[in-house]
Design a protein around this ligand. Structure first.
Ligand SMILES: NC(=O)c1ccc[n+]([C@@H]2O[C@H](COP(=O)([O-])OP(=O)(O)OC[C@H]3O[C@@H](n4cnc5c(N)ncnc54)[C@H](OP(=O)(O)O)[C@@H]3O)[C@@H](O)[C@H]2O)c1
Length: 237
């Protein structure tokens, strides 16, 4: 079996961690480079390499793509799962918080993909962008967050248009609410109880299905995966 290599962000927690763990389990020929500030629980895995990375810093994502391109001959999987929310009234936004949000949720994703294009073409790879239902629906106080996710959605579609003739597949994966640390700093979270959030394994198995499973011969251009029930709980922070 040929060796597979992937570059992923957001692998220290939540969705990115679940996807990376599942892919390592199902693909014994896959090595993953994970870019995040914290190493996370996969750090001791023999086929996981952590590169400490702050994706709020301009230029960092492209530098990581270039390093990967120097060290590996091809990229078979790129996953951009780093991100944060921002759900507060617009008069409260600071220029720093806005710039970090756009850099982390959008600009760094574009830079990473752009820097990896040649290696993705070489590996006939799958590029996965973690979008959100916020890219297509309105959510209270979600204007800035929704704008970054709508930009990512549009990028994913154009990136596929540009690269499909070179064998690159693109997945724009849009979950509804998932119970992760994403809500640690927010005033709300998914309601407790069965069916109110998308479980991490559903998302991870979906990526595996299209990466090396029965969906390998198709392109999952936009996938929306929502909880069966809808409900939030408000909290004091
Ligand atoms: N949870 C939901 O309901 C939900 C729904 C739809 C879409 N999403 C999207 O899914 C993605 C992952 O969110 P999650 O729910 O898994 O949240 P999470 O558990 O908080 O994970 C966020 C990930 O992003 C990384 N990250 C944050 N700031 C970073 C920075 N400055 N530099 C590098 N990495 C950074 C974190 O790593 P470090 O802290 O170690 O750097 C972590 O691995 C986000 O793009 C989010 O918008 C989430």
């Amino acid at each position: 079996m040929a060796d597979l290599t992937g570059l992923m962000t957001g692998t220290s927690s939540g969705i990115g961690l679940a996807v990376a763990g599942t892919l390592l389990q199902h693909n014994p020929d896959l090595t993953i480079v994970g870019c995040s500030r914290r190493p996370g629980p996969l750090a001791s895995h023999p086929r996981f390499i952590h590169w400490e990375t702050d994706l709020c810093r301009p230029g960092t994502a492209l530098a990581r793509a270039r390093r990967f391109s120097q060290e590996f001959s091809a990229c078979h999987l790129m996953l951009y799962a780093a991100g944060r929310g921002m759900f507060n009234p617009s008069p409260e936004w600071s220029s720093e918080s806005l710039e970090e949000l756009v850099q982390l949720n959008l600009t760094s994703a574009l830079s990473l993909a752009g820097g990896l294009t040649d290696k993705l073409r070489k590996g006939r790879g799958l590029a996965v962008f973690m979008g959100s239902v916020a890219s297509r629906e309105r959510a209270p106080l979600g204007a800035a967050y929704g704008a970054t996710k709508a930009g990512l959605k549009q990028f994913a579609e154009y990136y596929f248009l540009e690269n499909r003739k070179h064998g690159v597949r693109v997945m724009h994966l849009c979950p509804g609410m998932v119970d992760t640390d994403f809500y640690a700093q927010e005033r709300f979270a998914p309601q407790d109880g069965d069916g109110f959030s998308v479980d991490l394994q559903s998302l991870a198995q979906t990526v595996q299905f299209y990466f090396r499973g029965p969906g390998e011969k198709t392109n999952p251009t936009h996938l929306v995966i929502e909880p069966r029930m809808v409900g939030i709980q408000r909290k004091r922070i």
